[in-house]
Ligand binder design. Sequence first.
Ligand code: TGC
Ligand code: FAD
Length: 387
Amino acid sequence: MFKGFNFFSTDELLSEEERMVRDTVRQFVTKRYLPLAAAWHNKAEFPLEVIPELAKMGLLGVTIPEKYGASGSSYYIYGLAMQELERGDSGLRSFASVQGSLVMFPIYRYGSEAQKQKWLPQLASGNKIGCFGLTEPDHGSDPGGMRTTPRKTEKGWLLNGSKMWITNATIAHIAVVCAQTDEGIRGFLVETDRKGFSQNEIKGKYSLRASNTGELIFEDCFVPDENRLPEAKGLSAPLSCLNEARYGIAWGATGAAMACYNEALKYAKSRIQFGKPIAAFQLTQHKLVEIASEIVKAQLLNHQLGRLKDAGNAKYYHISMAKRNNVHQALKAARSARTILGANGITDEYQTVRHLLNLESVYTYEGTHDIHTLIVGEYLTGSSAFR
Ligand code: TGC
Ligand code: FAD
């Protein structure tokens, strides 16, 4: 059983409940997910069969209140759960991130009571799957320029446009869609069986293969007034949802780094070259010490971020710094761990190369590494360098 990485006694920072949830998710990933992770990656499919298990563990909408059928747990617990899921695969964590932070959170934060009653319990139980459409083919880092437009009609809106690179696109029942109205950006709930709505899966991905990614297309797709998220006004609404998901990614990437470290350490101790285990060579030790140090730093960053978030004091720039740092370090850790595994490290017998490939997406989505540099840079200097 995976024991985590407790080098700086970070386990002591956890309450009994936090440790219990973490260990439950850890066991699920070890026993249920990892034995099949390579197969799902190779098939390039998200394993729909795990959704009821994720729901049973309360991992769909971790922080959404219990009265809507979700867990009502803390952000710290949400973070620990994402760490453990991404130790399995970034695609597994992505599913939970999107369903919880990018579909349930916007409905909870910006929806009407009727929308919450209708959708949140079904999403928490995994009976319905959601996706979140912000990115467009011509607007990725700069979503403010989006072109998807809803035209007002007597009883609702006619949506035209498209969204690209959308997680869960072709398996979703409901899409949270951001669109540019005459009054600015607004959010809409679009059932995926509506006339004028279609989805295409993006094939040929080398990264996040065990995750469903696609395009959403709207051609005079009618959406009634009651499907508009009444409180979502302006770009700040979707960006506030991204804060939730980016928070989970900061923790998740740390889980992926822990998986790579663990695998490389085990391998280094057993692989003999020049008459001794490669773990006994200084260069291998240097690599392992670098990875271990970055994991500890990420754990401590997550710990403080989690406590700030639960106290309502985590700012967007704290989250950007943690997402930026932890994903960057996890990607570096995965590359370095892969070298320790030698030729074996390029096969699916080991998980490190899968994490390495996945982390390339994680580095890009939810705000690229560069964009988070500019977000933190703007806060520190007072000068915006986006344009
Ligand atoms: P800007 O003028 O700076 O801001 C517009 C309005 O938004 C406010 N704001 C925020 N509000 C909440 N949280 C934040 N993090 C916020 N950042 C800014 C801001 O105060 C302003 O409010 P107001 O009231 O004055 O209107 O906007 P900009 O157009 O200059 O763009 C800023 C920028 C570049 C930081 C932003 O657009 C950005 O973050 N770009 C990256 C796009 C991105 O992250 N896309 C992610 C798509 S979803 C995804 O990738 C899911 S992957 C899922 C998975 O599988 O896990
Ligand atoms: P671009 O914005 O075109 O950026 C290209 C390069 O230019 C990057 O290196 C970037 O850092 C750099 N760049 C851009 N602007 C600047 C600047 N001002 N200064 C310096 N450098 C700059 N989106 C959703 O809405 N919902 C989803 O569910 C979703 N899931 C995704 C799943 C996967 C697997 C992937 C890969 C993406 C997903 N995305 C999703 C889209 C993701 O958020 C975007 O890919 C991301 O925001 C970057 O946009 P882009 O790919 O268009 O790159």
